[in-house]
Structures are given as structure tokens and as C-alpha cells.
Ligand binder design. Structure first.
Ligand SMILES: Nc1nc2c(ncn2[C@@H]2O[C@H](COP(=O)(O)OP(=O)(O)OP(=O)(O)O)[C@@H](O)[C@H]2O)c(=O)[nH]1
Ligand SMILES: [Mg+2]
Length: 457
């Protein structure tokens, strides 16, 4: 498979291209024809030494027109990202110079790279295993410093190492068992206790790694939080105080917010998308009514609702009726305007597991709110910062299959079933673990994984 895929030389723009922005734009080539293609369009007085920066000009091979002044980096394989010959053209930024260089490379026989194809080649040529390749995409897409730290740990092999070591233990056990099946009379009996211990140890590590899946999911997907409540309780003020901005319009007129206002924050390392919504009430105003419908939809899509009430007026019939509609969602009750709370503001409050008091107009209570959210997702920032790795859904699914298979081997031993039975589940575990690092992986799965990458990576 690898040779068929890697035969041609690929090219792509490797940096984001925005008109009038970005001082440098990079076009990257990888493959056997990288060097001749580059030599046909780049004129330099320097000699083509690998891992040196060359200064020169892009000159159209047919018209002789100078198109850009560039720096070129030549990395001869295997000392390159893909282990193939790689050339990077560091052009002037914007869109025209990089597109001209890209077009020339295509005219000279390179093929436009598919999303993630450079990293796929790095994987197929053995430079990265599959978890490391996935970490590359995660690093590029990280939305918080914690997510980027996890991705870097994955890239450094902090996930693949324990997985490979468990797989290697399983392969050793399988070899032991199979040799007893084939040459039972010539070998000493199996050390059953040792195998039981090895399996127990492997399962312990598998479970530890699996326990990072929820955090991994949160780090990647983030959390969607909707601020809901009746008009004028201070929802937009809360969004503004939290995001330290004046993103949402605040007035003392009920019905100010008409549409969803979004803000992106990071709480304890988790990316959080906060939605400020239109205050919910019966209204004949057509625009406001549409806003109210959107508020209700936001509640359905959110992972968590911040149901906000006004401490000055206390619990009202309107609050009660909104609460009845949204109590099925996970929610935190936010009692805002605590600075001007009426003496009886607690009367009638529903029993909810989390209550936070804020004075959004004075930027007070935001830390408590963040703590309540981290409590809700059972992750305080300390734990988050101690996390070493965080697996993704694909890795979690394969690891779960490995766990089930290893537990099955334990039962098989427990029930003293014949050795043939041991090998069946050991093989399933080995294959599931191999799927994670990419030692046993189908072409279709690879395509699915790499299609999520951006072009040029
Ligand atoms: N004293 C006090 N006033 C606040 C507080 N939070 C908001 N307010 C005031 O309450 C009024 C309404 O605030 P908004 O943030 O617009 O309320 P809202 O819930 O977004 O209102 P709608 O968009 O109409 O649903 C404004 O005059 C705010 O200044 C607070 O904590 N304390
Ligand atoms: Mg508002």
C-alpha cells in the first residue's frame, strides 16, 4: 500500500492564506521529484545542500519572469518530516506568490496533496506511529494551552509507549501459549501465575489510560454552556463579565438580547463556548419571539445550562415556569444581582445540586462560577494540569476492545479452559492495541483519520 501511495511527488500550501496578511507563506513539496521540480523554478547562486537555507528567486521556467524572492529549505530524505525529499519554499505572504509557486510545481509534475497526506507519508514511512500522527492534527487544532500540551505529549510518544509495551507483553504471552500447544511435551509447564500477574498489570494500565477519555473529549470538543433565564436578570452582563469584554449589549430594558451571542473562553484548560440568549418570556414581538425559540434550542444543544435569576426580585412565577421547561437539562442555578438582593430572595428556590451567586455588573462571582463548572465536569484545573495524556474516541474504542479481550483471557484461565481458547482473545487484544499505534490498521481507517487533517499538513 505504501509504495503505491508514495510514488508521486506531492505539493501543497502549508500555511494559512489570507489576502494582505501573513508575512510568509510556505509551499511544501515531498517525494522523489521534489528536487528536480524545485531546481526547475528556483534560481540561486548557492549550492543545493540539505538542511541549509538557500536564498534566490522563483523564475518562471518558460517565460523567464521573476515571480518572487524566496528562501528555500531542502531536506533530503530520510532526514525530513515524510522521510522523503522535502522542499519548502518560504515565499512572501498573502495569496498570490504561494499560489504561483504551487501552480508551477503542479505544472512541473507534482500532484496536489490530499488533506494530511504529508503526515500520512510520515506514518507510512515509519517516522510517526498512528497516535503521533493524530497528535499532529490535534496540535494544529488545539483550542487551549492544555489541549496543545496533551497533543505534544502524544507526539512525543507518551501514549504509544505504554500501548506498545502492553502489546509486547501480550505477544510474549501468546508465544508462550502457542509453543505449549505445538510442543507441549518438550517444554516446562506454563507459569500460570506469572501470566495472571502480567495480565492484571496490563489491565491496570489499560484502565488508567481509558480513564483519560472523558477529559480528552472535553479538551478536543470543549464544553457548550448556555446562559438562560427571563429578561433583564443579567445574562448578557454575565457573559461580558466572564469574557472581560462588552461583547453583548446590556441595557435596563427587558428584551435587549434578540439573538444568540457567543463567546469563546478557556476554563481550567477546557475550551468553553458560552451562549448568551434572549430572555425567555411570552411576547407578541415577532423578532423577540424568534429569539426566545433560539434560546430554547440553545438549551437543547448545550452541555450545561446556566439558569440565571435576579436576586433583587427573588424567585418569580416566570422563573418557575422556565425552570419547569429546562430542569431536564444539566444546570447550574446562577443567582445574579446578589449585590442588590432582596431579603427574601431564597424563598421558593428549587433544590438544585449547584447554586452560584454572582454580581455580574461588578464582575463578582465569576471564579465561583468557573469552579462550579469544573466540578460539574468533575475536573478541577489541578487534575487537568496533571494529566499526561488524553485519548481520543478512536483510541478509546480500540482500547475498550483490548480491555474486554484481556478480561476474557483472565476468565478463560480462571475457568481452566484449553490453551486454544487463550489464544483467541489474546489475538483480539493484540490486534486492538495494534490499531491504536497503527501496526494493524486498514487502508479505510487510515483514510478516515487523515481526511480530518488540513491540507498541507
Ligand atoms: N446591580 C446589578 N445590576 C445588574 C447586575 N447584572 C446586570 N445588572 C443590570 O441589569 C440590567 C439588565 O442586564 P442585562 O445583562 O442586559 O440582562 P439580560 O438578562 O441580558 O436581559 P435580556 O437581554 O433582556 O434578556 C442592566 O441594567 C444591568 O446593568 C448585577 O449583578 N447587579
Ligand atoms: Mg441580554
Amino acid at each position: 500500500m505504501s509504495s503505491a501511495i508514495c510514488e508521486d511527488t506531492i505539493v501543497a500550501i502549508a500555511t494559512a492564506i489570507v489576502p494582505q496578511q501573513g508575512s510568509i507563506g510556505i509551499v511544501r513539496l515531498s517525494g522523489a521529484r521534489s528536487l528536480p521540480i524545485a531546481q526547475a523554478l528556483f534560481v540561486t547562486k548557492a549550492s543545493w545542500l540539505s538542511h541549509h537555507v538557500l536564498y534566490g528567486h522563483i523564475v518562471h521556467p518558460h517565460t523567464g519572469e521573476t515571480l518572487d524572492e524566496v528562501l528555500v529549505l531542502f531536506m533530503k530524505g530520510p532526514r525530513s518530516y515524510t522521510k522523503e525529499d522535502v522542499i519548502e519554499f518560504h515565499c512572501h505572504g498573502g495569496i498570490i506568490p504561494v499560489q504561483q509557486v504551487l501552480q508551477l510545481c503542479l505544472d512541473l509534475g507534482a500532484r496536489l496533496a490530499n488533506p494530511g497526506e504529508f503526515t500520512m507519508r510520515a506514518f507510512l514511512n515509519g517516522r510517526l506511529d498512528l497516535t503521533q500522527a493524530e497528535s499532529v492534527a490535534e496540535l494544529v487544532g488545539a483550542r487551549s494551552s492544555l489541549a496543545s500540551k496533551m497533543a505534544l505529549a502524544g507526539l512525543e510518544g507518551k501514549l504509544s509507549r505504554p500501548i506498545e509495551s502492553i502489546r509486547s507483553i501480550c505477544l510474549d504471552i501468546l508465544a508462550e501459549v502457542e509453543s505449549r500447544i505445538d510442543f507441549e511435551d518438550d517444554l516446562p509447564p506454563l507459569d500460570e501465575q506469572q501470566i495472571k500477574d502480567q495480565l492484571a498489570q496490563a489491565l491496570l494500565v489499560v484502565k488508567q489510560i481509558l480513564s483519560t477519555a472523558q477529559q480528552g473529549e472535553l479538551l478536543r470538543q470543549g464544553l457548550k454552556v448556555a446562559i438562560l433565564g427571563r429578561p433583564n436578570v443579567g445574562k448578557s452582563s454575565l457573559l461580558n463579565a466572564w469574557s472581560r469584554s462588552d461583547r453583548a449589549i446590556v441595557t435596563d430594558l427587558p428584551g435587549t438580547t434578540r439573538d444568540i451571542v457567543e463567546s469563546h473562553l478557556v476554563v481550567g484548560g477546557i475550551p468553553v463556548e458560552v451562549l448568551d440568549t434572549a430572555g425567555i418570556r411570552e411576547t407578541i414581538d415577532q423578532v423577540e419571539r424568534l429569539g426566545v425559540i433560539r434560546s430554547q434550542q440553545a438549551a437543547q444543544k448545550a452541555d450545561l445550562v446556566l439558569f440565571t435569576i435576579d436576586a433583587q426580585s427573588g424567585w418569580t412565577n416566570e422563573d418557575e415556569s422556565i425552570y419547569r421547561q429546562i430542569k431536564k437539562f444539566p444546570l447550574i442555578l446562577v443567582i445574579n444581582k446578589i449585590d442588590i438582593a432582596c431579603p427574601n430572595y431564597q424563598i421558593g428556590l428549587p433544590v438544585v445540586s449547584k447554586i452560584v451567586k454572582t454580581a455580574a455588573a461588578k464582575q463578582e462571582g465569576i471564579e465561583d462560577l468557573e469552579r462550579a463548572i469544573l466540578d460539574y465536569i468533575e475536573l478541577d484545573s489541578l487534575t487537568a494540569n496533571n494529566l499526561e495524556i488524553a485519548i481520543n474516541q478512536r483510541q478509546s474504542a480500540s482500547l475498550t476492545s483490548a480491555q474486554i479481550a484481556l478480561e476474557q483471557v483472565q476468565k478463560t484461565i480462571q475457568n481452566q479452559l484449553p490453551l486454544d481458547f487463550w489464544t483467541i482473545d489474546l489475538r483480539i487484544a493484540i490486534s486492538a492495541l495494534g490499531e491504536i499505534t497503527g501496526e494493524e490498521v486498514s487502508e479505510a481507517l487510515l483514510e478516515r483519520i487523515f481526511s480530518r487533517f488540513c491540507i498541507g499538513k
